[in-house]
Write a new protein. Sequence first.
Length: 186
Amino acid sequence: MFKYEGASRISVDLNELINEVLTLTKGEIQKRAIIVRTKLDENLPPATANRVQLQQVLFNLVTNAIEAMDSVSIPNRQLLIKSEPGTSGDVGVAIEDTGVGIDLEHIDQIFSSFFTTKGSGMGMGLSICRSIIESHGGRSWASRGNPDGAVFKFTLPVAGSMPNSRRPFHGGRLGDQARPRRFQFC
């Protein structure tokens, strides 16, 4: 969908980016009385990436999670963001919310361009997120939360593990518990 050729890629600390995005969204988080928890692996290896593009991905996923909790009663609004090393030379990030969740009828479509479940959404945010992650050699997927909400995950190769930034990424999971559903990539 989008090509990000020529974009400057550097060694990026994903935990630092996550904290920056939480700072950027702090006003909305406080206004909506959302409890935020993080489980960031202190020894997470860096990824080679375009910092601004990954910040855009994280910002979009966190903003979506915040908005998904609007119809949930205040004491139950929780956002959990995790980072951890994967099992195949990758690093993973998970954004979990206690919002309305993902209708199983739509789960295979949510990353498609122009697909939206929001009244005012354009249906481009998740599609762009996936394009950015894939352009970095990573993968992204979504699942229903347990018991409610949604979980959005992505993995990226560890810095130095991709000699050619255009090489596709194969394999890897976010922790032992993750069972990513295979989506048909467009």
